[in-house]
Write a protein that binds this ligand. Structure first.
Ligand SMILES: [Zn+2]
Length: 272
């Protein structure tokens, strides 16, 4: 099934697809074992940094072969692309879905950049996600000025033709200093205005009850990155300090198991 169809199915069922960033073989393995175990679909996400780290062809081949190996329903998505060129490379490499993040530009410019990407992606039958409003990146201010303005939603979706829309309703990327408090009233308004698939970014560290409520209020794609990266690295650090073992095939598995556990929990939270 194409991602767009699956998102539609989940939107109608008031559920969300979990979108997980992977960084290497080990994080990918943990994610896929989780999805396999509870038989739920998952979106595999790559960022520009992960592509630079693994190499685009390697990263895509790794994901594709894992999808076949584990027989999990899954799609590959480019997260937070900041350039047309990167998107074009990824579409040529066979990605199912791309995000153009022009959210730091004024509305008109965001529309113009996003519309161009939608046109390009149509040649590949790919799903396009864009961001309206601004979800703070690591260390940036999280005040309400960046929140998605419900009044802009209709114009943005119609003028660009995007399928999926990342909304700014109180989440942020990276680690939270204070417990986030999502603006559900705003989310409700947005979901009443548009049929676009609403995406929650910065979901790592958001309390479970708020994630559940966001899905109830119309979010149908929930992105998790920071928690995956942190779970893996904090545990590798701990494991390395606790043992003299230097065989990576013995050191890594407990950290992979923790990724698996984390993803099972998140999949249940959003997709059941
Ligand atoms: Zn994001």
């Amino acid at each position: 099934m194409k991602l767009i169809e699956k998102l539609k199915e989940f939107q109608e069922g008031q559920k969300a697809l979990l979108a997980t960033n992977f960084y290497n073989f080990e994080t990918l393995k943990g994610i896929m074992e989780a999805a396999k175990e509870i038989q739920l679909p998952v979106i595999l996400q790559l960022t520009k940094s992960s592509i630079q780290y693994m190499g685009l062809q390697n990263a895509v081949a790794l994901a594709r072969s894992a999808i076949e190996y584990y027989r999990v329903e899954s799609w590959i998505h480019l997260d937070h692309a900041d350039s047309y060129e990167l998107i074009e490379q990824c579409l040529k490499a066979g990605l199912d879905s791309v995000m153009i993040d022009a959210s730091e530009f004024p509305l008109e410019k965001n529309i113009e950049i996003t519309r161009r990407v939608v046109k390009l992606a149509a040649n590949y039958g790919a799903n396009v996600e864009a961001e309206l409003g601004y979800v703070a990146k690591l260390g940036q201010s999280t005040d309400k000025t960046g929140y998605t303005e419900p009044g802009d939603v209709d114009l943005f979706v119609n003028a660009t033709g995007v399928n999926a829309l990342a909304v700014a309703i109180g989440t942020a990327h990276g680690n939270y200093k204070e417990k986030p408090k999502l603006d559900f009233e705003r989310l409700r308004k947005i979901s009443q205005i548009t049929d676009a698939f609403l995406v929650l970014h910065g979901s790592s560290g958001v309390p479970d009850d708020q994630i559940i409520k966001a899905v109830e209020f119309g979010v149908c794609k929930v992105n998790i990155a920071t928690e995956i990266k942190n779970t893996f690295m904090y545990n590798i650090k701990k494991l390395v300090n606790q043992t003299d073992e230097i065989d990576l095939r013995k050191v890594f598995p407990p950290a992979i198991d923790l990724i698996k556990e984390l993803i099972i929990k998140k999949l249940r939270l959003v997709s059941m």
